[in-house]
Ligand binder design. Sequence first.
Ligand code: HDD
Length: 694
Amino acid sequence: MAEIEYEEGLGEGGEVHQQVPTGGPHGSEGHLTTNQGIRISDNQNQLKIGARGPVQLEDFVLREKIFHFDHERIPERIVHARGTAAHGFFETYDSLSDLTKADLFQRAGERTPVFTRFSTVAGGAGSVDTPRDVRGFAVKFYTKEGNWDLVGNNIPVFFIQDAIKFPDLIHAAKMEADRGFPQAATAHDTFWDFISLMPESTHMIMWAMSDRTIPRSLRTMEGFGIHTFRFVNAEGKSTFVKFHWKPKQGLQSTVWDEAVKIAGADPDFQRRDLFEAIQRGEFPEWELGVQAFDQKFADSLPFDVLDATKIIPEEILPVRLIGRMVLDRYPDNFFAETEQVAFCPANIVPGVDFTNDPLLQGRLFSYLDTQKSRLGTANFHQLPINAPKCPVMNFQRDGQMQMNVPKGRANYEPNSLADAGEIGGPRECPMTGFTSFPSPEGGEKLRIRPASFADHYSQARLFFRSLDPAEQAHLASAIVFELSKVSNEAIRTRMLSNLVNVDPALARRAAGGLNMPCPEASAAAPIQDLELSPALRIIRGPLEIHTLKGRSVGILIADGSDGRSIDKLRSAIEKAGGRAVIVAPKVGGATLEDGSVLKADAQLAGAPSVIFDAVALALSDKGCEMLLKEAAAVQFVMDAFGHLKAIGASEGAQPLLKKAGVKPDEGVTGLDNAFVKAAAKRFWDREASVRTLA
Ligand code: HDD
């Protein structure tokens, strides 16, 4: 946008009465007007009697502007309040007509527009991006047959089996009722009190305490539809499906100390990361896959597929990849799109259907209801971000904020007005309209949980035991951290006794970390030792990719640094698909060895190493000497080492390595190709030397 220059007009007494932009009528963007379209002559001053006189009530420009501002906020989401989103497309790989008649899956290569919102769960809209928390993964497909919302998380199971427990779960997880804290954290008494009394949460708790809840980037997480849904094909045949999103960027998490420090360094770390990746043209991509199965297969499993606290291990039922999603456009306006987008698991298209999962069934009501209170009107579906991209025609009328102007007399159906040449309106479509899968249902009316939902520990054990030992240690330490924040000892003990059911060694580790006795197991229920599932690992798992693609390297420079080696390093990083970010004590840059000035992308104090995937220290003897006295520089290196990242260091930088306590290992290299290779991964074996894990 052209910059507008202002010229001050002086009144007789020398008072400023107006400021007039000088660049064209009102810049190149047109005229400033009120909401009624009246052109505004002055947007700087209220209407007054005399330059210092009383303000006039008749100033409609002022009143309208302040009134609108006063009402700018809407209620934030009760959960998933903090989020970020992007536009993109979904592309079908091959026709899926064997499984579903859903139009978006019929033709290979067909693209469907999507809008995807990622979120944390517990924190408010103004909280931080990197607490330990589940991430929401909600996708709105604008299909030709209407909107389909796949409202999932980055974890394939949930805390509860029945939606009636959701308000209790969320009340317990969010800030405590009397004191209003902690914000965006589950490490407090009420959460663990509830969880310790809800054995069905145990499997989800294993995931929540694992590295899954501290993802490095929104781009490096999986997504899951969680519930068992149905696909229905043109012949009316139903197949059960579980949805999976697999990140092409690979799976990557942070270490806990790093996540905590990122929250201070950049509370917006993950939304900035998504925004900037898209700006750079590095469009994040996920593949959509399904685990498809029939009733016979469901009956063969040692648990109920209607129970949302269970997974089907991929080793038992592989994921069939059916398409890809690319996010290639950031919203133009955060409020209009990201804040006003309204997801609803009840939005499905012909060819997709629900099952009797009691968690899913409760959700079908909740989301439509919440949107009405959050967006203030039953017409929220007319907002551009929510409006389907296919025709919407019905006899629903009126309500607050009705944006459409329906024509004709008929606002009911059936009607015969069309027979008389008037507008009759739309009609039912028995052949092509949505029909529910006619599953035979029957039984007594009861409030009861099926016996097939009773095993709360076998899959929790399966998850824990399937992890890499490094991840197991992270998980045990996370439990110790969280329970250490619980002041009520009885809650800690009760939780530990639940953990004995999962894995006695895990319970003992947690008890050891808390320095508490390990209690007896809480349940006598039989627990099955299921076949382990290595597919569940992040570390050394199938989706841990060693790459610099989409990742960043912070290159620390100072006065006297060698420009040639910086250039060489930078191009090697870029060639490997990474991003080199020059960090210097001053943002204006540093004077290099040859006297030239290299501008920095970031100032050292504002760019700690936690925001990078690896760091390089391109320092001369002189520059290093200067930085030895700079706590931020020492911390930069100390944290990179503690967070198990690669460190490439010039000869001159060696004293800084020493001061930061860096011990040589394969992740500590010179500023050469070995560094570029090392920068693509983390060094998990280093961990035992830098922190005590439970
Ligand atoms: Fe929920 C929002 C995911 C269970 C009630 N939920 C919400 C969002 C996601 C999920 C990703 C944010 C959507 C956005 O970005 O706008 N929720 C889940 C998953 C669940 C789940 C994966 C279990 C498998 N949710 C769940 C239950 C209930 C709700 C059982 C209520 C009975 N969820 C809501 C809600 C929210 C919501 C209160 C808050 C804001 C909104 O809907 O639009 O209705």
